[in-house]
Design a protein around this ligand. Structure first.
Ligand SMILES: Nc1ncnc2c1ncn2[C@@H]1O[C@H](COP(=O)(O)OP(=O)(O)OP(=O)(O)O)[C@@H](O)[C@H]1O
Length: 216
């Protein structure tokens, strides 16, 4: 079953065509990369999928259903996680633990269950030591890994990640790669990281001048 797909998606920003008719789909359990030069439209594509950018023409489908209104995209945002290119756009809670607990609490899960999810996720990314730290005091690499972790605690069906390995040291890079390999969540990873692209045998799409095509 396709989770998310697009048909002939066109977007303009400041009267410039940024996405020029993008056709794409990702199924349950599927993991894919999008690469391509700076300014090609990769971030704009992810933001359009999440409903943050106005669609000029074309359609986004969630599980085969066309998303038309803001309320449709709101429902989507409860099921699909988005890791921003800049972690500062994402992190807002006073501490790492509260950041991780936010999404499951909003979902209405019981305190005990939220605690379980938070503990499991802290352990998964080896960030137990950051539990009580204010998010604004984290290093760049720590912010990046915490922003992936806090999206995971919402227990999404699919995660869109924008340059998730930027600024990670080799230990954290390996942890993230291991998570990518082992998770059952579908993943759409935008990256320039050649080592990551070469080490995971996933399909690769290239965004070039607002057009998307499969290159592997
Ligand atoms: N809010 C905006 N208003 C106007 N133009 C924008 C806006 N956001 C992005 N753009 C332009 O849209 C084009 C695509 O930008 P986008 O951030 O999607 O590229 P990208 O492929 O993610 O690049 P990078 O690899 O550098 O992150 C660029 O030319 C950029 O300047």
């Amino acid at each position: 079953m396709e989770i998310l797909s697009t048909r002939n998606l066109k977007v303009s920003l400041d009267n410039r065509e940024v996405l020029r008719g993008v056709n794409f789909s990702i199924r349950e359990g599927e993991k894919v990369f999008i690469t391509g030069p700076n300014g090609a439209g990769k971030t704009t594509f992810l933001e359009t999928l999440m409903g943050f950018v106005e669609i000029e023409e074309g359609v986004v489908f969630y599980r085969g259903k066309e998303l038309k209104k803001e309320k449709d995209f709101k429902i989507l945002r409860g099921k699909v996680g988005y890791v921003f290119q800049n972690p500062d756009d994402q992190l807002f809670a006073p501490t790492v633990e509260e950041e991780l607990a936010f999404a499951p609490l909003i979902k209405g899960l019981k305190r005990e269950r939220v605690k379980e999810i938070v503990e499991r996720t802290l352990k998964l990314f080896s960030i137990e030591n950051l539990r009580d730290k204010p998010t604004y005091k984290l290093s760049g690499g720590e912010k990046r890994i915490v922003s992936v972790a806090c999206v995971l605690t919402m227990e999404p069906e699919l995660i869109l990640l924008d340059e998730p390995t930027a600024g990670l040291d080799s230990e954290r890079w390996k942890l993230l790669k291991k998570f990518f390999e082992s998770t059952e969540v579908s993943l759409l990873v935008v990256t320039h990281d050649r080592e990551l692209l070469d080490s995971l045998n996933w399909p690769v799409f290239k965004m070039e001048n607002g057009a998307l095509s499969q290159v592997r």
